[in-house]
Design a binder for this molecule. Sequence first.
Ligand code: AMP
Ligand code: GLY
Length: 424
Amino acid sequence: MKLLVVGGGGREHAIIKKLKENPEVTQIFALPGNGGIAADASCVNIGAKDIEGIVKFAVENQVDYAVVAPDDPLVLGAVDALSEVGIPCFGPNKAAAIIEGSKVFSKNLMKKHGIPTAAYETFTDAEAALEYLESANMPIVVKADGLALGKGVIIAQTREEAKEAVRSMMLEGMFGKSGSQVVIEEFLTGPEVSVLAFTDGEYLVPMVSSMDHKRAFDNDEGLNTGGMGTVAPNPYYTESIAKECMETIFMPTIKAMKAEGRPFKGCLYFGLMLTPNGPKVIEYNCRFGDPETQVVLPLLESDLLTVMQATTNGTLADTEVKFGNKNACCVIMASKGYPQSYEKGFEMTIGEEAVEHAYVAGAKLEAGKLLTNGGRVIGLTAVEDTLEKAIESAYRLVEKVHFDNAFYRHDIGQRAMKAFKEVK
Ligand code: AMP
Ligand code: GLY
């Protein structure tokens, strides 16, 4: 079977490595992939947002199954375009991807269908938003409606900060069209949990839970990033909370999307906060998380391709989706300066012991050498019987990777270690 994976980060590398475990897979194309992914797939220089280019390539190369991983092509309708030419595809169509593409849509969906989330108001007019902030309680959260590279959420401690966020999004066009509407919502507190789930539109299977580390530096200091490391499972996500989430959040969301005429197929990502008043949805993503995928998929014992195809064919209820009982830890190594400006082009070496555990996010191949080519450069994942061992092993793998100007957090998993002790 010939597969095509759209995207080119650590998440896509993890998906590709897992897909390769199926002996029927003869070739995987990555569009565009990256220099590290090139060790596991044929990288083709077609951008993830070039829908026309992707479809043309898939047809010409007689691809049997495609996986669209990033948010942009999903929201732009890549799955619709591939399906139209008869190529079966993993991921939601454009109508369903709106669950991530528009926060106004997702908040209204939750309100209409009684799914627990932060109280909110939506605004299309900056004056009205500013007026509302005059009497709102602080802190408060201001969110741009559309995709904003994970930067469209401002947690404002003061009224002035909140107003500034509204002005920059709605009047100064900081996120372009994505900020022309905003959601202003209640500030929630509690541990955060990421739950990715496979769904075929009717049936849903949650994957093992995980915990992201979004801030750039140790002790959750520094700017928000795409994610500096993850562990799975997430100790806060107990069996009883999982059951509650299934009943009050996961299945109601699948039913709501179906009722709206937008059945969701693929991977639905639930960003949850376990508040004193129960689990609530912070955000939906219409795709696998990055770097959640780098800890979740290594724990999957079932065949990924079979499960993905079941979401496309509507046969997920009859398909085994099994996760091992182990713990995973992924540490991201980034370029100094990330998530702001950073230099690229440093040679990277990956020790032999680390290759199997490495998910390359930003690198290119030049004259046979791997050069850094992004903010997040590489993730190293270890799977062990305990979280403590997984953390230790992941950091041992980090020592096998070298490039100039590298930085990483030293405390990935420490919050989870503490939580294990609290929860148990
Ligand atoms: P997002 O980009 O939607 O994932 O949001 C980024 C981060 O902002 C989340 O991971 C939360 O830590 C935080 N956040 C978003 N919404 C809220 C909220 N209503 N209350 C508290 N924190 C929030
Ligand atoms: N790690 C968070 C995300 O993928 O959105």
